[in-house]
Design a protein around this ligand. Structure first.
Ligand code: ADP
Ligand code: MG
Length: 231
């Protein structure tokens, strides 16, 4: 089967002239649909930069990213936004909840962006909250949730457009061990049971070990790429 994502010789630089810094120095790999992939490495190694490029939130300086065989540099403006919004779910710390809006309002936001009618937004938003065992919190303000409830709300929001790929950047970074384990279990059950491709940046060795594959990045280069062989 053709890969869902294909990355070829991607470079990403920040700044210019003497301040130019190359955060990615030429990375290439394919991701198959349904894989769970951990991107690991020390702080500053380029993990978030790579994740942003994969998720089409940022473009490579040079090199190509194909999504289902489409060169993503050909996607611009509205088409790029629609592709991202329809294909991806994001579990990123910086895409946090609006604390003054209700849990349901936060969860339906990607559908609002996609132009889904109000009634259907509500129905699908409540279904996602049901799935994450948060239906009773639909009307709560984001501010009043525990860390685990917030992260489950973020996952519900990531699911409402029925994504093919979930990108998670340190999804358990701010959670205690027990709550983090619940959030991990949810992500892996979505991967296994719904076949959603899971791409996760993490410092957490145990979380990385649960993934089918670990891509190790150091100073902007892939230094290891191991896939678990099924026993
Ligand atoms: P990681 O997620 O592995 O910690 P990042 O991808 O965030 O690493 O950053 C990789 C390198 O690129 C770091 O040295 C960081 O300082 C630098 N960097 C990241 N974003 C920017 C930016 N917007 N401008 C300049 N340098 C940046
Ligand atoms: Mg990072």
């Amino acid at each position: 089967m053709a890969p869902i994502i294909s990355v070829r010789d991607v470079h990403r630089s920040y700044g210019r002239g003497p301040n130019r810094f190359e955060a990615l120095k030429g990375v290439s790999f394919d991701i198959a649909e349904g894989e769970s992939v951990a991107i690991v490495g020390k702080s500053g190694s380029g993990k978030s930069t790579l994740m942003h490029v994969l998720a089409l939130l940022d473009a490579p300086t040079t090199g190509t990213v194909e999504l289902e065989g489409v060169d993503t540099s050909t996607l611009k403006g509205g088409r790029l936004n629609r592709t991202r919004n329809k294909t991806f779910g994001f579990v990123f710390q910086q895409f946090f909840l609006t604390s003054s809006s209700s849990v349901l309002e936060n969860v339906v936001l990607p559908m609002k962006i996609a132009g889904v009618p109000r009634g259907e937004r509500r129905r699908r938003g409540l279904a996602a909250l049901e799935q994450l065992e948060l239906a009773d919190k639909a009307k709560n303000k984001g501010l009043n949730l525990s860390g685990g409830q917030k992260q489950r709300t973020v996952i519900a929001r990531a699911l409402v457009n029925d994504p093919r790929i979930i990108f998670a950047d340190e999804p358990t970074g701010n959670l205690d061990t027990a709550t983090g384990a619940v959030v991990e279990d949810i992500l892996f059950s979505l991967n296994r049971e719904s076949g959603i491709t899971l791409i996760v940046v993490t410092h957490d060795e145990e979380l990385a070990a649960r993934c089918d594959r670990r891509i190790v990045i150091r100073d902007g280069l892939i230094v290891d790429d191991e896939t678990e062989v099924a026993a």
